[in-house]
Design a protein around this ligand. Sequence first.
Ligand code: BTN
Length: 249
Amino acid sequence: SAVEYGLDAPFSVEYHDSIPSTNARARDLAAEGASDIVVLADEQTGGRGRLDRDWHSPSGGVWLSVLFRPDVPMAHAPVFTLASAVAVTRAAREAGVEASIKWPNDVLVRRGEEERKLVGILTEMEGEADRVSWVVVGIGVNANVDPADLPDEANPTSLSAERGEPVDRRLFTQRLLEEFDSLRQDTEQVVEAWREYATTLGQQVRVETPGGPIEGEAVDIQFPGALVIETESGTEVVSAGDCEHLRPV
Ligand code: BTN
């Protein structure tokens, strides 16, 4: 399947048929001083999700991690998670799948009341408060994967299941990386693009934060990625990093 990838991407690409985790590999490359590298795999045997969960990554997916070194303070780094959600949403739509974004970083497909998860994003970083050293954005796309082979609790779907036929992974990945490359260099456009694809705004939501749950209407998103919620007692701004999960009320 390496043949499927003859990527003409704005990053150098390290391809693996099988690897434990592209994020772990990208972190190792970061420790060696590398940058602007994408680690891409057909299969992961130890994929990681948020909250230290396993991320099921059978052959046929697009499992990748982008390592780069943006010149921004640590507090701005959440914008790259948003950027990757926007990039993957655009690439999915070009492939004919009506994906949208649930704050902060779930890319899903809605069918009526139902939301099915298409993509998972895990961002890791290191650096000082005033300057990030490196960022690894890990993007897991259920591309040509049968959702029946994925754990049920994530309520998964895939590009191939939504389209009824496999997606061209080379083209999809190339579009995803081109979009991400452009967004990471112009983070001002990220929030605006995000609003266009968000399902969250206008909904009644509940977010678990370290200070307790916050409930109300999601009214906006702010740079670099905070959600603005109108509650009974006033306006609350929840940063993406603080949120455990968001659900409709
Ligand atoms: C989530 O919990 O929703 C985030 C899942 C992130 C999975 C991707 S797949 C590529 C990269 N490598 C990993 O081990 N995890 C991320």
